[in-house]
Design a protein around this ligand. Structure first.
Ligand code: CAA
Length: 422
């Protein structure tokens, strides 16, 4: 969709994404263990809203409508009804209508779509917020919760770690059918950790990763699936993180933007957004992200732009293979050529199409409900040269984000324009 009423980003905020291996994460060996606890889902909502309103200077009561993205609050945090959580943590939101939306790992982008469409329906200032706290349970128990994003009845049995197994299956097919190598996958992993090392908000910012470590299974980086056919195709470093965190953004119509004293001429604008869904449990080709590809085609067609116009991208890299397939789905590389794109350094911060500059889901982290919002904010932050040590060198007029739920079953592709760029 190209919005009928123009939509602009007023501002956004992120909490740090944390979990195991992050210096602040309280685990049983941490010096603060027993003295303090990791923030809860409720505290993440509070933290990100406080940051958002402090950074934008926006009076919360000006929000006319909001959407909350969260996948599994009931399971991880024993908390549902999250639309009404926000006024509890920020009393100045009392009375503002909020709706919670769920689309697995695309929940964040669906919240953003809600906020965009509320503007199409006549609202002028809207909020999208997403959060997840997943470290409340072990990775193994969490894997069962995350498996609810698959077709549980037919796919849960793939492995105790259902989603890792689903993407090991994709890797297996890509290795056999399109020639992706273990080294291609390792390039994605090493880039993710190198970028995260420059990003103060990243979950894995303190974890070094060499090419050799990423490319070779070892005691330090083992394969871990029980499914014997799939196990050789996935190491721990190929997986996104089990992270806690939150992200939020304020959007406005042209009228809303001007009422806030801002000008459309130097704002970041949502030029188009597209959502596509595919049937659960029915992937027709494991070497393609077909549903994301469909959404990307629609988003490009609505703008008249092509992949070549995009100068930065945030793509859903829930596993390293996913980033390669995403770059193909967005048209940066032909089918089967995502590996070459990564190998040649073209997706690195210094490349012509930098991808996941803050570390992606692999190393920035993946607090499921927050991810889709974080991705769009990262594209905007790159456009506005606010990425500090991981800032790309070139000016950016257009950028793209692709958020995905399940095994490419809900896909949202968003194209942004930086109106301040020539
Ligand atoms: N040697 C052998 N096995 C090891 C090991 C080692 N050194 N380290 C870990 N493991 C294995 C073991 O099987 C272990 O299980 P148990 O401890 O229960 O026996 C298991 O890995 C988990 O280990 P940890 O609890 O130490 O967990 P970890 O933090 O190291 O987890 C991970 C590693 C399992 C890869 C975890 O990070 C993970 O599950 N990542 C993926 C998260 C995920 O699937 N997110 C959703 C992505 S899909 C998406 O985005 C779309 C959607 O809609 C869902």
């Amino acid at each position: 969709m190209k919005p009928l009423r123009r939509v602009f980003l007023v501002g956004g905020a992120l909490t740090p994404f944390i979990g195991k291996s992050h210096p602040d994460f309280i685990w049983k060996g941490h010096s603060d263990f027993g003295k303090r606890e990791n923030p809860t889902l409720e505290e993440y909502f509070a933290q990100v809203l406080a940051k958002l309103f402090a950074e934008t200077g926006l009076e919360p009561a000006r929000i006319e409508k909001g959407y909350v993205g969260n996948f599994a609050g009931e399971l991880f945090s024993k908390q549902g009804h999250l639309g009404s959580m926000l006024a509890r943590v920020e009393s100045r939101l009392e009375g503002v209508p909020f709706t919670r939306v769920e689309g697995a790992c695309a929940s964040g982008a669906l919240a953003m779509i809600g906020a965009i469409e509320a503007i199409q329906a006549g609202r002028n200032i809207t909020l999208a917020i997403g959060a997840e706290a997943q470290t409340t349970v072990s990775a193994r128990e969490g894997a069962d919760f995350l498996a609810r994003a698959s077709h549980y009845e037919t796919e849960r049995g793939l492995d105790d770690f259902t989603f890792p197994a689903m993407f090991a299956r994709r890797t297996m097919h890509c290795r056999a059918e399109t020639g992706v190598t273990e080294e291609d996958v390792a390039h994605v992993v090493v880039k993710a950790y190198a970028n995260a090392a420059k990003n103060p908000n990243a979950h894995m910012k303190a974890v070094p990763m060499t090419f050799e470590q990423a490319a070779t299974a070892s005691d330090r980086n083992p394969t871990f699936l029980k499914n014997p056919d799939l196990s050789p195709f996935l190491k721990i470093s190929d997986c996104s993180q089990v992270s806690d965190g939150a992200a939020a953004m304020v959007l406005a119509s042209e009228e809303g933007l001007r009422a806030l004293g801002l000008s459309p001429d130097d704002a970041v604008e949502v030029l188009s957004y597209a959502q596509s869904n595919g049937a659960l449990g029915q992937v027709s080709d494991f070497t393609r992200m077909g549903i994301t590809e469909r959404a990307a085609k629609e988003a490009y067609a609505d703008t008249g732009l092509t992949a070549g116009d995009m100068k930065v991208a945030e793509v859903h890299d829930c596993f390293a293979i996913t980033e390669l397939l995403m770059t193909e789905a967005l048209g940066f590389a032909a089918h089967g050529q995502g590996g070459a794109l990564a190998r040649e350094g073209r997706t690195a911060i210094g490349g012509d199409i930098p991808v996941n500059t803050g570390g992606g889901l692999l190393a920035f982290g993946h607090p499921v409900g927050a991810t889709g919002i974080k991705q769009v904010l990262e594209v905007a932050r790159q456009m506005q040269k606010r990425c500090g040590d991981y800032q790309v060198g070139h000016d950016i007029k257009h950028g793209i984000a692709a958020n995905m739920g399940g095994d490419d079953r809900t896909a949202v592709v968003t194209i942004l324009r930086n109106n301040a760029a020539v």
